[in-house]
Ligand binder design. Structure first.
Ligand SMILES: Cc1cc2nc3c(=O)[nH]c(=O)nc-3n(C[C@H](O)[C@H](O)[C@H](O)COP(=O)(O)OP(=O)(O)OC[C@H]3O[C@@H](n4cnc5c(N)ncnc54)[C@H](O)[C@@H]3O)c2cc1C
Length: 596
């Protein structure tokens, strides 16, 4: 079975040294957290995920979910583990205390989520989707809806789902056909079929609250005509007790490449009774306000699975002996050297390590922006943080899951043929994480979102906010000799990003089709630059710790060496990505259909 070591030391480093979360006195509620509390929570999650969730990962994959007499049965052990999960209070971490939550910052919840997705992505999706439903009702629901549903969603006694997709309407939600007919008394009859619904039915909780996108009879055409409804599996009586079954069911389970322990259902709503969440025809807006958080969640899947894959590949690379080092025998007492001596194996491991650690820091930064957006006492700062989180959302979802998948493939590659055989667990990581590039908006759509909505629509104002932060950092550290290699790497990446941005802005006016063609390499270039910013900050923080004197010299020195590798290995990719943006976009856009 794959091993997992929760990266607790890295969490401490990011939270307390890199992001200084204990000094964020302008953020409401941050005065209630301290390192002891954070350590205790993250240690608790580490124990739960390693002891309970990890052992169910391979068995859940093998057994999968079953649909029997209209009911979905999850793999053996999931029900008991879920009960323990809610009994231990892990469902409540970042939820509103008014509904039984612990009110902890997103920046702590994010790392708890990383451990959950690393150890068992399929299991983690049940509470993950529930959190999405909780957030939608919390932000957009009426008081009545909040009273009815939030406490049980927060405790985890009930779970939630998101029902957007239909067989003919995936990316293009304007094509939705599901209908909502007013029944009076604020109730609606929902009719239609949804496909690919994660956690659509299961045996873990006594009720499931489905959030369903549907159209009212007077709905305008297009996405402006979509409304959001809360539709329970079992009706909820006024006293909170469960009533009769609603007219909805899981009619099939999808057979799929990975995440077999999570039930992906075809859902039939046959006049099922639901209530509006938010205003009529504003359903997509309600969904979109949760996107920053939901897409961060999917990005964390990219990081979590990539990290557990790396950890196991590293163990394997130290144990597997094949061939001799090019520079001569390293372990004469053995018939061959461990494969860790080989340059190509080291390259793959370092690529994964530098991606994972840089990304973890970026995820922390993104979560902190989300916290600032919600909790900052200065509304201007809150607005800026919200804009930055929105700008980085396609990066933490699109870039991170693309590269996280590639990192998992590298980890699998280190196992050679054994990586392809399922007993080692590596092929499961590759299969499981593949979906993160597709759902919650495909990565192609993330790239379009970055360029179209985030960059061009505000004429680069939010991008400038971030590039000013980068320039300020460069200014503060450019005279420090020890920082020179990291600052040089960051400047190169930022320079390529600036040029590619200029090219895109110019093309938008002349040939809009080029934007679509350029968006993917642009998103990768942006992502690599964002991690260069994180690695330069990690280097500055590590140098400071070493200069101040530390008994953890090895920890900080490894950070510096990894930062250096990142700048050299990943950093030089920005040049070729910029060239791709500049040189291939027009050709892609103009390519004759008949010649494909
Ligand atoms: C395991 C699994 C779980 C899922 N869970 C859920 C869930 O819980 N709830 C839910 O509602 N849905 C869920 N989905 C659905 C998922 O979100 C959709 O599959 C995804 O949004 C893509 O839609 P589609 O499959 O219809 O592809 P399409 O929209 O048909 O896209 C096909 C291709 O065309 C590209 N494309 C489409 N439009 C554009 C455009 N305008 N510009 C550029 N490229 C474009 C896409 O990037 C993609 O490469 C799940 C799917 C799977 C497989």
């Amino acid at each position: 079975m794959p091993i997992y070591q929760a990266p607790l030391r890295d969490y401490q480093f990011i939270l307390s040294e890199l992001l200084n979360i204990y000094q964020q006195t302008d953020l409401k509620g941050f005065d209630e957290i301290d390192p002891e509390l954070t350590d205790a929570i993250l240690q608790g999650v580490a124990d739960f995920t390693t002891d309970i969730m990890l052992p169910l990962n391979a068995s859940g994959d093998l057994e999968g979910c079953q649909l029997e007499k209209g009911k979905v049965i999850t793999p053996k052990g999931f029900k008991a583990a879920y009960q323990q999960y809610i009994d231990d209070g892990w469902a409540t971490l970042t939820c509103d205390p008014e509904y039984g939550g612990q009110g902890l910052p997103e920046v702590i919840g994010t790392f708890a989520t990383e451990m959950k997705t690393a150890t068992n992505m399929a299991f983690a999706m049940y509470p993950g989707l529930t959190h999405g439903a909780y957030s939608a009702i919390h932000v957009h629901g009426s008081d009545k809806l909040k009273q009815k549903y939030l406490e049980k969603l927060v405790s985890g006694e009930w779970t939630g789902t998101m029902n957007l997709t239909e067989s003919h309407a995936g990316t293009d939600l304007a094509l939705l056909r599901t209908k909502a007919k007013p029944l009076g008394d604020d109730k609606f009859a929902i009719s239609g079929e949804k496909i690919f619904i994660s956690s659509g039915d299961h045996d873990l909780a006594e009720n499931i609250i489905h959030l369903v996108l549907a159209k009212l009879p007077d709905a305008p055409d297009g996405v402006k005509g979509i409304s959001l409804f809360a539709v329970p599996k079992f009706m909820v009586n006024d006293d909170g007790s469960l009533g009769e079954a609603n007219t909805l069911s899981a009619t099939a389970l999808e057979h799929k490449m990975g995440i077999h322990g999570n039930s992906t259902c075809v859902m039939l709503f046959d006049g099922a009774v639901g209530e509006l969440v938010g205003a009529p025809h504003q359903g997509l807006k309600a969904m979109f306000t949760m996107m920053n958080q939901a897409r961060l969640g999917v990005g964390i899947q990219g990081l979590g699975v990539s990290d557990i894959a790396y950890q196991n590949a590293l163990v394997y690379a130290k144990e597997r002996i094949q061939g001799r080092a090019l520079s001569g025998v390293k372990q004469a007492d053995q018939a061959a050297d461990p494969i860790l001596v080989h340059g190509d194996v080291r390259r793959m491991l370092l690529s994964q390590k530098s991606f994972n650690e840089g990304t973890r820091a970026l995820m922390g930064q993104q979560a902190l922006w989300l916290d600032q957006a919600e909790r900052h006492t200065d509304p201007v700062k809150a607005k800026q943080a919200s804009a930055l989180a929105a700008l980085f959302t396609p990066i933490v979802k699109g870039f991170v899951t693309d590269q996280g998948f590639k990192a998992c493939v590298d980890a699998q590659q280190i196992y050679g043929g054994h990586g392809y055989i399922n007993e080692w667990g590596m092929e499961q990581f590759v299969r499981d994480i593949r979906i993160a590039m597709i759902y919650e908006g495909t990565n192609g759509v993330q790239a379009l979102d970055l360029v179209g909505r985030k960059l061009l629509s505000d004429k680069g104002a939010t991008l400038s906010l971030w590039s000013d932060m980068v320039k300020q950092f460069i200014g503060e550290h450019s005279t420090n000799d020890a920082m020179k290699p990291y600052i040089a790497g960051l400047m190169d990446a930022a320079g390529d990003l600036e040029k590619a941005t200029g090219f895109i802005a110019k093309s938008a006016a002349t040939n809009p089709d080029m934007i679509g063609a350029a968006s993917m390499p642009y998103m990768q270039l942006f992502g690599i630059s964002a991690l260069a910013w994180m690695w330069a900050r990690i280097a500055a923080t590590s140098l400071k710790a070493i200069e101040a004197g530390t008994d953890e010299q090895a920890f900080y020195q490894a950070k510096l060496n990894t930062a250096s590798f990142y700048m050299n290995y990943w950093g030089c990719k920005t040049r070729s990505l910029r060239k791709q943006v500049e040189m291939s976009s027009a050709e892609i856009a103009a390519f004759d259909e008949a010649e494909f």
